[in-house]
Ligand binder design. Structure first.
Ligand code: ZN
Length: 100
């Protein structure tokens, strides 16, 4: 992100928290979660047998348990839901603060 003051930015966008096309362009593919995937070939492989060939299924990315890290993109639909939900809870908190 460019040099933007976070508080100033949030105050402006919270006046109009609708989804802008630039939000989609800037966020798609930018957020991932890490998970584990199993290679069906390596999972069943005898790691002590040196004659085992390279794994074409996972390109030898798996560890001795046949597992490897998989980065999964957070879908744009989910990102929008998170944004809206966060705005909703912020709004709720603001209303409660006003009532006190
Ligand atoms: Zn494999």
């Amino acid at each position: 992100m460019k040099d933007v003051k976070e508080k100033e930015m949030l105050e402006k966008i919270l006046i109009d928290p609708s989804i802008h096309p630039r939000m989609k362009a800037g966020c798609i593919g930018e957020f991932t979660v890490s998970t584990q995937q199993v290679c069906p070939v390596c999972w069943d492989k005898d790691w002590n047998d040196a004659s085992e060939e390279d794994c074409e299924f996972c390109n030898n990315e798996s560890d001795e348990n046949g597992m490897s890290e998989l980065l999964v993109d957070i879908p744009w639909t989910t990102q929008k839901e998170i944004f809206k939900r966060m705005c909703y809870f912020k709004y709720q908190a603001m209303i409660e603060d006003d009532e006190e």
